[in-house]
Design a protein around this ligand. Structure first.
Ligand code: AMP
Length: 250
C-alpha cells in the first residue's frame, strides 16, 4: 500500500490550470480527504496526484488488500485469506476486516499533515467507524470528493484497463495505450490486468457501489462535506477540476 508521505509540508495546490494561491501566505493546513466514486472513475490516479501535491498520505484499502495478497502464505491471517476471496469475486470485504486493516494505519490517519482515503469508507458502517475515530481524536475531515461518471463509461474503462505492477500507473488498451505493449511508460514496470477487471466482477462491483457505497453521498452531504466532481475527461482535466473545487472550500 501506498501510505508514505510523498512530498514536503502541505501547501495550497496550484494545479495545471490553477495559478492563483489564495492561501499561500497562511500556515499550511492539514488536508483530510476522502475520494468517493464507483470503480474505475480514476480515484487511484487522482489520489496519487493530490497526495503528491498536498504532501499527504495516500491510503488505498484496495492496494492494502492487493499487497496482502502478494505476501507469503505463512504471513497471511485467516481474515486476509477470506478478504481476498471477496475481492477476486468483486464483492465488498466485511466491514470488520476492513476496519482492522485501516486501524493498522492509525499513524497515517493521525498524521499532522493529513491524509487522503481512496476506496474507504465504502459502507455506512465504515463511515460511522471512521467518524467516531476522528471525533475521538478531535480531527475533522476537510472534504469528500465524489467523482461522478456514467455506468457505461465505467464498464468500458475497467474492461480495457491495464495497471503497472511497480508504480500503479493506469493505462487503457484503446485510450491510453503504453508506448511499448505490456510496459509502463512511467517506470518501465510490467503491466497487468487486475483479476477483478472482468465482466462478471465489474457487474458485482457496480452493484456493490450502488447498494452499499452510494448512500455515503447523502451521509457526507448532510455533514456539509460533499464535493461532486465530473470525472469525465483526461486525468489532468479532472485533477484541475478537483483543485478548483478544493480551493473553493479552503
Ligand atoms: P479498489 O482497488 O478500491 O477497487 O478495491 C478492490 C477491492 O478490494 C474491492 O472490490 C473490494 O473487494 C475490496 N475493498 C477495497 N476497499 C474496501 C472497503 N473499504 N470495503 C470493502 N471492500 C473493500
Amino acid at each position: 500500500m501506498n501510505t508514505q508521505k510523498k512530498t514536503g509540508p502541505a501547501e495550497w495546490p496550484s494545479g495545471p490550470s490553477s495559478n492563483s494561491s489564495p492561501v499561500a501566505d497562511e500556515a499550511p493546513r492539514a488536508w483530510r480527504l476522502i475520494l468517493l466514486g464507483g470503480p474505475g472513475v480514476g480515484k487511484g490516479t487522482q489520489g496519487e496526484l493530490l497526495s503528491q501535491r498536498l504532501g499527504i498520505c495516500h491510503l488505498s484499502t484496495g492496494d492494502l488488500f492487493r499487497a496482502a495478497e502478494s505476501r507469503k502464505e505463512s504471513e497471511q491471517t485467516p481474515a486476509m485469506v477470506e478478504a481476498m476471496k471477496y475481492m477476486r469475486h468483486g464483492d465488498l470485504v466485511p466491514d470488520s476486516t476492513v476496519w482492522d486493516l485501516v486501524r493498522e494505519q492509525k499513524d497515517a490517519l493521525l498524521s499532522r499533515e493529513g491524509f487522503l482515503l481512496d476506496g474507504f469508507p465504502r459502507t455506512l458502517v465504515q463511515a460511522e467507524l471512521l467518524k467516531q475515530f476522528l471525533d475521538d481524536e478531535k480531527l475533522a475531515l476537510s472534504a469528500v470528493v465524489e467523482y461522478e461518471m456514467p455506468k457505461a463509461e465505467i464498464v468500458v474503462r475497467l474492461s480495457g484497463r491495464r495497471m503497472c505492477r511497480n508504480c500503479r500507473s493506469a493505462f487503457h488498451v484503446t485510450w491510453r495505450p503504453p508506448k511499448i505493449e505490456g510496459v509502463c511508460d512511467d517506470c518501465g514496470g510490467p503491466l497487468y490486468q487486475r483479476e477483478d477487471d472482468n465482466a462478471a466482477s465489474i457487474a458485482i462491483r457496480l452493484e456493490a457501489y450502488q447498494h452499499s457505497t452510494a448512500p455515503l453521498i447523502h451521509f457526507y452531504k448532510n455533514l456539509g462535506l460533499l464535493t461532486p466532481i465530473d470525472a469525465l475527461g483526461s486525468a489532468e482535466d479532472v485533477y484541475a477540476r478537483t483543485l478548483t473545487a478544493l480551493q473553493a472550500r479552503a
